[in-house]
Design a protein around this ligand. Structure first.
Ligand SMILES: *Cc1c(COP(=O)(O)O)cnc(C)c1O
Length: 384
């Protein structure tokens, strides 16, 4: 399917709403029926029916069709946050006594899901360094039901070989799931590589304007309808029609924004790399990135977020640099129009800071839609 068709037309039945170019926000909780027979049919199969907006809603349907097509998946479910798009499918697919192999250092709330929430239901996990496929294979147990990946992660950017891991999982009947927020559908297509479920925080690149919190998971109809009919409807992580509309609008410019961020990140990372105050820059499309070859093999492009370290990093030097920035904002999240910075030390109590801990000294920068020169000028004055 053409990308232009997906983003501009797919799912948009304009003749149903006055041929308006922009779809309506169908702000309704429920839908009516003319006959008991139609009512009965909808109640018996809510996955395919417009019955109640905790389940389906026409504005959400447009979005779901586009997101499924972007990932090359049969269907998509949308959620009120990225975390819900990760947690609800996992809660749905695992049961008491099951085990998951989980890549090291995933998103912070994914760690809390596996460490705090799932153990309450008797589900265990083993964290592995996913840069080696062998580590993942070695961690598989008789009760392993899920291999959970995040490639790359959004802080230290380690990758996993998705095709190789899918090949290990398939014959054993193990479900594979990835958090693909960093690359998004344009720069990485996990389903084509054999991964079963692709989750993303739509808050990031898909929304793209820092004004909506949402999530999506794509995969087979069989898997998604099971999740929908059970935990999705029971937990109720519904996205509002207004948020869905914002995401449809965000998608119109996704290719432009991704390309712009990718190009600007090339310029900014190259500039940082040669700066005398900078120690190293970690970005999957850097030639000296340890997994550069794998990055080029399975990613069509690179997200515009990277991390870097300062020479002689200390709490004082990192704080002084970040506090001096005039235009690059200090905030969590990423994927919007605005460039952002997070020093790892913001999340580490000052007494616990260890300059020999490679994760403590990282400064994460997300490149937004500003001009490269504008960002470099800000970085230059803060590094001076
Ligand atoms: C932000 C983020 C999430 C969580 O998404 P929310 O929309 O904030 O719930 C999950 N994974 C990654 C990689 C993220 O950056």
């Amino acid at each position: 399917m053409d990308l232009s068709y997906i983003l501009n037309e797919l799912g948009e039945e304009r003749e149903n709403y006055f041929n308006a170019v922009s779809p309506p926000i169908i702000q309704t909780s429920n839908f009516t029926f003319k006959t008991v027979a139609h009512f009965r049919e909808a109640l018996s199969n809510e996955y395919d029916a417009m019955l109640y907006s905790r389940g389906n809603n026409p504005t959400l349907s447009i979005l779901r069709k586009k997101l499924a097509a972007l990932d090359g998946a049969e269907d998509a479910l949308v959620f009120s946050s990225g975390v819900a798009a990760i947690s609800v499918p996992i809660i749905s697919l695992l049961k008491q006594g099951d085990h998951a192999v989980v890549v090291e250092n995933p998103y912070s709330w994914t760690i809390k899901l596996f460490n705090n929430l799932l153990p309450k239901f008797g589900i265990t996990c083993t964290y592995v360094n996913g840069t080696s496929v062998q580590n993942i294979e070695d961690a598989i147990q008789a009760n392993t039901k899920l291999i959970y990946l995040e490639s790359p992660n959004t802080f230290s950017y380690e990758l996993q070989d998705l095709a190789a891991i899918a090949q290990i999982a398939k014959p054993r009947g193990i479900i594979t799931m990835i958090d693909n927020s960093y690359c998004g559908p344009l720069y990485q297509q996990p389903i084509a590589l054999g991964i079963d479920l692709v989750a993303q925080s739509a808050t990031k690149y898909l929304g793209g304007h820092s004004d909506v919190v949402a999530g999506v998971v794509t995969g087979s109809k069989a898997m998604l309808s099971h999740i929908f009919d059970n935990e999705f409807m029971n937990i109720g992580p519904t996205l509002s029609p207004h948020s869905a509309w914002l995401l449809i609008r965000g998608l119109r410019t996704l290719p432009l924004r991704m390309q712009r961020g990718f190009e600007t990140a090339k310029v900014v990372t190259a500039w940082l790399q040669q700066h005398p105050a900078v120690d190293k820059v970690i970005w999957p499309f850097n030639t000296d990135f340890p997994q550069a070859e794998l990055a080029k093999k399975q990613m069509r492009g690179c997200g515009s977020m990277f991390s870097f370290t300062l020479k002689n990093a200390s709490v004082q030097s990192i704080e002084a640099f970040c506090d001096k920035l005039q235009h690059i904002l200090m905030a969590v999240s990423w994927g919007g129009h605005e460039s952002l910075i997070i020093p790892a030390i913001a999340g580490v109590p000052v007494q616990a800071f260890d300059s020999d801990n490679p994760r403590h000294v990282l400064i994460r920068m997300y490149v937004g839609l500003e001009d490269a020169d504008y960002l470099i000028k800000d970085l230059a004055q803060a590094l001076a």
